[in-house]
Design a protein around this ligand. Structure first.
Ligand SMILES: [Zn+2]
Length: 1048
């Protein structure tokens, strides 16, 4: 029997909030425990830790935050929406907290606390004024420091629509280098703070991505799935913008995810002037434009000139837009620290221009917000054009392609990715073990550090060095806190009290727990919903070992000497000279353990040791046959002289591909940046200097020949063992690579190590790994969007405008978060390369595919950071080690391989070490689920959410038609994911998890329907019943809030 109980509205501590009807439906097994919880919720709202907001667009007495309270403008007039705003970077030239406090004003006069203080004051001074605030990471810092009276005041301003939250992510995330899971997290946390604090009036209606350097389709799709009615962008390609202004298509409908159809459509507005005020109208104290001097009795009276100049600018702007409403952004970076200065001048501008209506002027100015502007457009009778591609790459001038930042600071990018994957594990274990509030505070430290790290000057690598160090430190703090959570959770789940340790330096093959020991227990957590065989590599000393798994079963392993370049990584401090490699079979969402014992020397087992064959590239020293390494699925042939890869054979399909992989670098352009021709390569900009005529390859005159190939000592080693076979290529003194085949693996690993990049020749370098093949790719290649949707790229071409190409390399670079591939349609073959961090990638020539792995530069590109990108570590240029995974197979089977592998790598297992000799139960395993999730479903997140609820986010990881089986819809029973708890209610939420999906009613727009092909109707999958079974179609992400009861 199903009991449905709808809770009555309850009031928060702030009595002016209303509209928080709790829509959670309590279904079966409603117990005293639930009842108690409900009662407690009534009494102390903090027990529920924020109340779900029902999202209904109905407002209560005194609430004027809905669209219906927007200024309407006047018919037959040019209605100018004056938007007062500030743009607050969560770190760039100063750290996030330095910006908050306003410290280090010698670097930048910017203090966010003063902005919020003074804006509140200025809003109170005049009811007509409005202001928007965007970055919840900053707002929350301020809010926690305010007293009850200020909380009350801010509630009033929010409820009256005078202070409006826009976008609301913890930070304004980058769109090129962010993984989609991180984007969702960034919004989930920012919106949660707003929802819990301000209820319906705090919920942002639109996205505001006005500073990121290019825009992704996946971000737009996620914005739509948050229920946003629109998305405002600041930076698009200058040629694109010119055309859009001419054709009045600055505003359009973005079809952001073809698989999801109109659910992922989002109205997108390109702001006329990035996000700045019109030229000469910045009234901030940070600016030097004149104020409105309107007293004729005084000197320098300028009112008439100011008014006519402004009206002229607005009339020009009106030429590029299709309605009688215009948006004018009045603000800039860290503006409004003395808000009164801005508002006083805007008050005058509005007053004097509107007075001209008495003399026949048709211009009407008023304080507004972007969402009110959007609503005015929605009410206009216009049919909007559509767009289906994305906004990459972004060029702001003919030599200013913002494509360098796709790769800048590769170590931070990797650290950020590793941290965000670990956050999922941390939340998962916290939820399954039902840990207490203290542990959730620890989880939040990592959550918030990651929110900051998504910022468009953080993960992008475009912040100053000291700020970047701060991001890394914050992430480290979060990781350490989550270590404690994971430890506590595992102990609770396994009913033990082991003192587990972690190793965070496995990236340089260093781990003190695996060096000196006689016996060590390893626990490996698998955060994904299917059983898998994880490849484990641990640094150890040269010895003989025994590994036993569940039931004492012997696990085969291999011991391999580390490559000499790994041994010499600067700062590496360990006695480990070897690596032990083995395969751990892991249950879905759970762990298994094994025991490693170091044996006495006499028991040495040669069969488990890899043999190293050193080769010097002297033709006379080796025989002249090429050599191969192979496993059951792949055979790789290498040139016996240089040690470089020559061909790859897929043994299953019996297809051989000629493939050569090399490293090279682009020389960074230098220049003083005072005009486009003199633009330098920097943290943001990639501008390979091809003018020096160094076309040292036989590849003709194409752009790809600009790369300076790295050849050198041509020394290599072949390593053959029972489990791993590899070729170690020592390319020169600062680039090396291990090409590796693991037994049973259907892909090839390329483990590259680059650095310290030498600068002694006075040349900044962008280092590239290039794969040259015989594939006929016909000018096209494919990259992912935030690691998710696949987007087709065509060399020297843009789908929406005629590209005048002045930078043949940089203009063809695109962000690659997870994968890039080449397709040979005639042969039906596909070559995919997966990355372990975001990088820039391209195909500059048919059959060729390249990824930029590292950059070290000597000059700045003058886009604000004012430092050359010259990362060092241990006093030398930074050494970076990373991996590419290469899949070569039939196109029809390729998506299956690559989608699964992407998740295996992203959701990497976490390894815990128990060094204490504890004779009890050394081998065990645990799984949260009763059956594996379907192969096409990924558990994107599982976490404790509000009160006693859990949040589960599931995603279908395939696109339609990618795979005949795995692209099909799949069904999951949520109860299966939390086997040990009883689900008592299920509510589907928006993707961010903060409002019930059935309460979202987005604005409708008329559009020119150009969608090709039409999205097939695949049925209504919206969850409407009380069961715990849900179905996901291709590319869907669905988020559920569950009420659960635990067994104990
Ligand atoms: Zn910014």
């Amino acid at each position: 029997m199903m009991v449905v109980l709808v809770l009555q509205p309850f009031r928060s501590a702030f009595t002016r909030i209303a509209g928080n009807n709790n829509n959670i439906k309590y279904t079966s097994n409603f117990t005293m425990h639930s009842l108690l919880q409900v009662l407690l919720c009534f009494i102390f709202w903090s027990v529920c830790h924020g109340k779900p907001y029902d999202g209904k667009k109905e407002f209560h007495d005194g609430e004027k935050c809905g669209y219906e309270f927007c200024p309407k403008g006047k018919p037959n007039m040019l209605n100018v929406h004056i938007v007062s705003h500030t743009h607050n970077d969560l770190g760039w030239l100063k750290t996030v907290d330095q910006y908050y406090y306003g410290a280090k004003s010698s670097v930048q006069i910017a203090g966010v606390q003063y902005i919020l203080d003074s804006v509140v004051e200025a809003l109170l001074a005049d009811r007509r004024r409005r202001f928007i605030y965007v970055e919840t990471g900053f707002f929350w810092r301020w809010w926690l420091q305010q007293d009850d009276q200020m909380h009350h005041t801010v509630h009033r301003l929010v409820n009256e629509g005078r202070l409006e939250f826009i976008s609301g992510g913890w930070s304004m995330n980058d769109e090129a280098a962010c993984h989609y899971a991180s984007i969702v997290e960034n919004f989930a946390w920012g919106l949660r703070k707003l929802n819990d604090t301000f209820s319906s009036c705090g919920r942002p209606k639109i996205g505001w991505q006005i500073d990121p350097f290019g825009h992704s389709r996946e971000h737009a799709s996620i914005s739509a799935k948050m229920g946003f009615d629109g998305l405002f962008l600041g930076r698009i390609d200058y040629q694109d913008k010119e055309k859009r202004q001419l054709t009045k298509t600055m505003e359009h409908i973005w079809e952001a995810n073809p698989a999801l159809g109109s659910d992922a459509d989002i109205f997108t507005a390109i702001l006329p002037n990035v996000y700045y005020p019109p030229p000469s109208f910045c009234f901030d104290l940070l600016c030097s434009d004149p104020p409105i001097m309107d007293d004729p009795r005084l000197e320098d009276y300028n009112l008439d000139e100011r008014v006519s100049t402004f009206m002229k600018l607005i009339n020009e702007q009106a030429q590029n837009f299709s309605t009688n409403h215009l948006i004018v952004t009045m603000g800039n970076d860290f503006n409004y620290q003395q808000a009164h200065v801005w508002f006083k001048n805007l008050d005058k501008l509005i007053k004097y221009i509107n007075e001209k209506q008495n003399n026949g002027s048709n211009m009407n100015l008023f304080y507004s917000t972007p969402s009110c502007y959007l609503y005015a457009l929605n009410q206009a009778n216009v049919t909007w054009t559509t767009k289906a591609d994305d906004f990459f790459p972004y060029a702001s001038g003919n030599h200013t392609y913002w494509t360098g930042y796709f790769t800048s600071r590769p170590a931070l990018k990797e650290w950020k990715r590793e941290s965000s994957a670990f956050l999922q594990t941390c939340k998962q274990i916290d939820a399954l073990a039902q840990l207490g509030p203290e542990d959730q505070k620890d989880v939040n430290i990592l959550r918030e550090a990651l929110g900051v790290a998504q910022h468009h000057d953080a993960v992008t690598g475009t912040a100053r060095q000291d700020v970047t160090d701060d991001y890394a430190v914050q992430l480290h703090r979060g990781i350490v806190e989550c270590h404690e959570v994971v430890k506590a959770g595992i102990n609770k789940l396994s009913n033990t009290s082991a003192d587990y340790k972690f190793c965070t330096l496995l990236n340089i093959s260093q781990c003190k727990h695996t060096e000196k020991f006689t016996e060590i227990q390893i626990l490996v957590w698998n955060p994904i919903g299917r059983t898998r065989n994880a490849q484990i590599h641990l640094p150890v000393e040269d010895a003989t070992y025994k590994i036993s798994g569940a039931g004492g079963v012997d696990i085969p392993y291999q011991i391999t000497p580390l490559s000499k370049d790994v041994l010499s990584i600067p700062g590496r401090n360990t006695t480990a000279t070897h690596e032990i490699s083995f395969r751990a079979r892991l249950p879905p969402i759970g762990y298994s353990t094994c025991l490693i014992q170091k044996l006495a020397k006499k028991e040495k087992d040669e069969a488990r040791r890899a043999e190293v064959f050193a080769k010097r590239a002297k033709r006379s020293a080796v025989d002249d046959r090429d050599f191969t390494i192979q496993n059951d699925f792949i055979s790789l042939t290498f040139d016996q002289v240089t040690g470089s890869l020559k061909s790859l054979t897929n043994l299953e399909t019996q297809t051989t591909l000629a493939i050569n992989q090399t490293f090279g670098y682009y020389e960074g352009s230098v220049g003083n940046n005072t005009k486009e021709d003199w633009r330098a390569t920097g943290a943001y900009i990639s501008r390979p200097n091809c003018a020096t005529g160094k076309k040292n390859q036989n590849s003709g005159d194409d752009a790809s020949s600009c790369l300076r190939l790295l050849t050198g000592n041509e020394t290599y080693e072949i390593v053959k063992g029972p489990y791993v076979q590899e070729v170690r290529q020592y390319i020169n003194t600062w680039v090396s690579q291990t090409v590796r085949l693991l037994s049973g693996s259907r892909h090839v690993d390329f483990e590259w190590q680059v650095g310290p990049i030498p600068l002694s020749d006075g040349i900044g370098k962008e280092v590239v790994s290039r794969f040259e093949t015989s594939l006929s790719s016909k000018g096209t290649f494919y990259t992912d969007s935030n690691g998710r949707q696949t987007i087709k790229r065509t060399r020297n071409f843009r789908p929406t405008f005629e590209l005048s190409n002045t930078e043949p390399i940089a203009s063809n670079y695109y962000p690659v978060v997870n994968s890039i591939f080449l397709e040979d349609e005639e042969q039906g073959n596909r070559l995919t390369v997966l990355t372990d961090r975001p990088q820039g990638g391209s195909s500059l020539k048919d059959g060729q595919l390249e990824l930029m792995v590292h950059r070290r530069l000597l000059v700045d590109d003058w886009l604000g950071v004012t430092e050359p990108l010259n990362e060092t570590g241990m006093g030398e240029g930074l050494v970076v080690r990373g991996r590419h995974h290469l899949i070569f197979t039939k196109s029809a089977k390729s998506a299956r391989r690559h989608r699964m592998l992407v998740h295996d790598h992203y959701a990497a297992p976490s390894i815990l070490f128990n060094t204490v000799s504890d004779k009890q139960e050394k081998q065990s395993s645990y799984s949260a689920v009763s059956v594996s999730l379907p192969d096409n479903i990924h558990l994107l997140s599982l976490e404790q959410w509000k009160g006693s609820s859990l949040l589960i986010r599931l995603e279908h990881i395939f696109e339609p038609d990618e795979d005949p089986v795995l692209s099909q819809p799949a069904t999951v029973d949520l109860q299966n994911i939390v086997r040990d708890m009883k689900i008592t209610a299920v509510q589907e939420m928006t993707i961010d998890g903060n409002i019930p999906l059935d309460s979202v009613h987005r604005l409708n727009w008329n559009k020119v329907d150009e969608r090709q092909p039409k999205v097939p109707e695949v049925g209504n999958f919206e969850k409407t019943d009380a069961s715990t079974t849900v179905t996901l179609k291709a590319m869907e992400i669905r988020t559920f809030q569950l009420q659960v009861q635990t067994a104990n």
